[in-house]
Design a protein around this ligand. Structure first.
Ligand SMILES: [Zn+2]
Length: 137
């Protein structure tokens, strides 16, 4: 009984000393702990395979250069239609990338495919050479 009274007294004195404000807010502390735990839980992301479309990457790189080189119109409309044709005539090459090793394979595949994709695109661009130009006045 005596010890309970003493502890109660001590609390009252502590409140007086700190101006009635508790020195540590256990609620804030609890929230902080929970938010840290929550963050840690979501940190290890589920590894999803990333699909890289090699053919469309190559087309995006090569097509604008090819249109320019063969003096073809590359206004928005013609570019979109050339892009659609290119996607049709170039075989769909895709690879799943999960890690650095796969990334290396993807780069290798892209390098190997470049010549074929370039050939298809040039054939396509040549066939567009007679089309009207909208980007030159
Ligand atoms: Zn055009």
């Amino acid at each position: 009984m005596a010890s309970r009274v003493t502890s109660h007294k001590t609390d009252a004195v502590m409140k007086l000393l700190t101006g009635g404000k508790p020195a540590v807010n256990p609620m804030v502390d609890q929230d902080f702990k929970e938010s840290v735990i929550e963050k840690k839980k979501t940190e290890p992301k589920a590894v999803k395979p990333t699909e890289i479309c090699i053919s469309s990457e190559l087309i995006t790189e090569i097509l604008p250069v090819a249109l320019k080189r063969f003096n073809c119109c590359s206004c928005d409309r013609c570019f979109a239609s050339a892009m659609a044709d290119a996607l049709d005539c170039v075989p769909y090459i895709t690879i799943n990338v999960n890690n650095d090793e796969d990334m290396k394979r993807a780069k290798e595949l892209k390098k190997r495919s470049r010549r074929d994709v370039m050939r298809s695109i040039i054939r396509l661009v040549i066939s567009r050479r007679g089309l009207e130009r909208h980007d030159i006045k």
